[in-house]
Design a protein around this ligand. Structure first.
Ligand SMILES: Cc1cc2nc3c(=O)[nH]c(=O)nc-3n(C[C@H](O)[C@H](O)[C@H](O)COP(=O)(O)OP(=O)(O)OC[C@H]3O[C@@H](n4cnc5c(N)ncnc54)[C@H](O)[C@@H]3O)c2cc1C
Length: 292
């Protein structure tokens, strides 16, 4: 098992203004969690993201916008579409700000860089195994060499759809560890666990079930202005991802729905009075409701 965290670095200085410190971070899970935590302690925060929106890899447009709203209401400034060229030195080896590609300088006395990780695949490469942003494995997590498996952040494996993916999450790493342990002890089975993720930002617990892979419509369950709602993302008739904010029951139901390959119709999803788990129980064993 190999992995590297080379792309994450943190620059911290002890120079604080009277109002606290200011900071900048990329707008993925880590950058936004740092921003939320630091803001809670009174820091003045600007989140900078090169992409047009935050959490573009992991989150639907609707949930990303909702999350940004929470950060902004807490007093954090979120700027997207900005390319950082370099961290500006104060002349004494400490951060003084960041320089954007357009020449603008944003002053900052603390800069957090949360821009992702690169898998450490050198060992696999030296062993002659195929590598492409991760060690390539099949659905049972085996590499090209039948005696070598790869799991966790370092491996790229096929989803049930055939789409190869590399995931960075504790749940994925432990699910894959269980699958390989079973294979090694003589009970091989395809690794088909539903991926899920979570993040805590301000007063929002966001839980994601499934992977956002080519959705074309979203169905809202609950009220985003109240405390707790979910966004169900579909690709055609197929449910692909459910993003829940302060909605544990929706998240748990979503994991069951996705594991069963069951796509509830939009009318059922939008109706908060419908118990999604009961729906699944009633329509088992191989349900797939179809009405849009
Ligand atoms: C700041 C941060 C916050 C995170 N927060 C969350 C979160 O809230 N929720 C979540 O689900 N995930 C989170 N993650 C991701 C999560 O930590 C990883 O997905 C998980 O640790 C992956 O487990 P792993 O065993 O594949 O890799 P790792 O935990 O990285 O372990 C790999 C180990 O292999 C070692 N290694 C590398 N190369 C070699 C080699 N050639 N020989 C021997 N050893 C080697 C490394 O030193 C390392 O100890 C976070 C990650 C970071 C960096």
């Amino acid at each position: 098992m190999i992995i590297g965290w080379g792309a994450i670095s943190v620059t911290v200085t002890d120079s604080r203004s009277d109002n606290g410190c200011s900071g900048d971070a990329g707008a993925g899970f880590i950058g936004l969690e740092v921003a939320a935590g630091a803001r809670k302690h009174g820091a003045e925060i600007t989140v900078l993201e090169v992409a047009p929106r935050v959490m573009g890899r992991a989150l639907s447009e609707a949930s990303a916008a909702h999350l940004v709203g929470r950060h902004e209401r807490a007093g954090t400034s979120v700027r997207t579409g900005v390319l950082i060229e370099r961290i500006v030195d104060d002349g004494h080896g400490r951060a003084a700000g960041v320089l954007f590609a357009g020449g603008e300088v944003l002053p900052a006395d603390l800069v957090v860089v949360g821009v992702g990780v690169a898998p450490a695949t050198e060992l696999a490469e030296r062993a002659g195994l195929p590598v492409d942003d991760g060690v390539l494995v099949d659905a049972t997590l085996r590499t090209e060499d039948p005696h070598i498996w790869a799991i966790g952040d370092c491996c790229r494996f096929p989803l049930p759809s055939g789409q190869p993916v590399r995931l960075e999450s504790v749940q994925n790493a432990t699910d894959q560890a269980r699958a390989v342990a079973a294979a090694i002890t003589g009970e091989p089975a395809p690794h088909d666990a539903v991926p899920w993720f979570w993040t805590d930002q301000h007063d929002a617990k966001l839980q994601i079930a499934g992977l956002l892979d080519g959705h074309d419509r979203m169905v809202l369950r609950g009220d985003p202005d109240a405390d707790g709602h979910s966004v169900f993302c579909y690709c055609g008739e197929r449910l692909v991802t459910v993003e829940s904010i302060n909605r544990l029951r929706d998240h748990l139901a979503a994991r069951k729905l996705l594991a069963a390959g069951f796509s509830p119709c939009a009318a059922d999803v939008a109706d908060d009075a419908v118990d999604l788990r009961e729906l699944l129980a009633v329509t088992a064993p191989a349900p797939r409701s179809t009405a849009p």
